[in-house]
Design a protein around this ligand. Structure first.
Ligand SMILES: C[C@](O)(CO)[C@H](O)COP(=O)(O)OP(=O)(O)OC[C@H]1O[C@@H](n2ccc(N)nc2=O)[C@H](O)[C@@H]1O
Ligand SMILES: Nc1ncnc2c1ncn2[C@@H]1O[C@H](COP(=O)(O)OP(=O)(O)OP(=O)(O)O)[C@@H](O)[C@H]1O
Length: 286
């Protein structure tokens, strides 16, 4: 029985600038993606006697047909002319939903890489990134697996190596819908483009997240958490939120701040990594 267990890490947008808007309404970004050594875990078991894609742990409130794990597996299955064995997928969710950590996109990318392997489809990374983009703007970076300067809607990726610092990630008590933030009237949409070089050679804390002002106004919980965390250094929103992060040079420095957080706030401490834990695991398996 073919079986595979793989990580599905979180990402941070170390900065996120909105530099324009495409005719289809999607926003053009410049962003710095880095992975965290923290995330969900997915297990895939082929079931040759039982066709189809089954999710063993549905997410409450998300129909299986909308779950990006199922959608990713079905998108691959559609491309195969030959009948494929079925698969049962276990999803161990740790990442908060609507957190700006790219949990669903990461789950989709892990599924694409796992099922390409288990179904022996031999699609290359470019093909998987293209299929991934059809599932969500954040999927390609998880498919490629290297920290990157992202442009376009996040699909034009230049691999970079920002410092692998430690992060305190806090999850204020709200879920934020990405589409809602991108449709807000007051959103800054005209930040001048920067060149790639300063973005990763310089200190990313010189740059900002253009969604932050709008999110602070709409979600007082996020505003309060940012105010608290920024006492200890620059604190920023990831994606369209709701999660925020502060950067620290060592694990112990991050843990001291984590231990002192106000009661009731959830989150975690994790290390920023430039090679995705998913790709690290796949390399070990080769
Ligand atoms: C904010 C980021 O997380 C930054 O990495 C991503 O750009 C969002 O990626 P995502 O969650 O995969 O977003 P999608 O599921 O593709 O888009 C959700 C909705 O947000 C809006 N959207 C998204 C991305 C983008 N560059 N411009 C947009 O206007 C669109 O209305 C879209 O229907
Ligand atoms: N496997 C999945 N995991 C999480 N969410 C999923 C999944 N499949 C579908 N979704 C849907 O996608 C929505 C966004 O979830 P996700 O965790 O990716 O948000 P996010 O971290 O804000 O993403 P991003 O940073 O890409 O904007 C959820 O509210 C849920 O309805």
């Amino acid at each position: 029985m073919a079986e595979l267990t793989l990580p599905s890490p979180a990402k941070l947008n170390l900065f996120l600038h909105i530099v324009g808007r495409r005719p289809d309404g999607y926003h053009e970004l410049q962003t710095l993606f880095q992975f965290l050594d923290y995330g969900d875990e997915l297990s895939f078991t082929l079931t040759p006697d039982e066709p189809g894609v089954r999710l063993a742990d549905p997410i409450p409130g998300v129909p299986d047909s909308d779950n990006l794990v199922v959608r990713a597996a079905l998108a691959l299955a559609e491309l195969s002319k030959a009948p494929l064995p079925g698969v049962t997928i276990h999803l161990h969710k740790r990442l908060p939903m609507g957190g700006g950590l790219g949990g669903g996109s990461s789950n989709a990318a892990t599924t694409l890489l796992a099922m390409n392997h288990l179904w022996q489809l031999h699609l290359n990374e470019d093909q998987l990134a293209e299929i991934g983009l059809g599932l969500g703007a954040d999927v390609p970076v998880f498919v490629r697996g290297h920290a990157a300067f992202g442009e376009g809607v996040g699909e034009k990726l230049t691999p970079v190596n920002p410092p692998e610092d430690w992060f305190v990630v806090l999850k204020p008590e709200c879920e934020i819908n990405t589409g809602k933030i991108f449709s807000e009237q007051g959103l800054t949409r005209d930040t001048p483009k920067i060149k790639i070089r300063p973005a990763f050679e310089g200190d990313a804390s010189r740059y900002r997240n253009d969604c932050e002002d709008v999110v602070r106004k709409l979600y007082p919980e996020v505003n309060q958490s940012l105010e608290w965390l920024s006492q200890f250094g620059p604190a920023r929103l990831t994606g369209t939120g709701a999660c925020i992060f502060g950067r620290f040079p060592t694990e112990s420095a991050a843990r001291i701040i984590w231990e002192s957080k106000p009661s009731g706030i959830t989150g975690f401490v994790a290390k920023g990594v430039n090679i995705s834990p998913l790709h690290q695991k796949l390399t070990e398996l080769k």
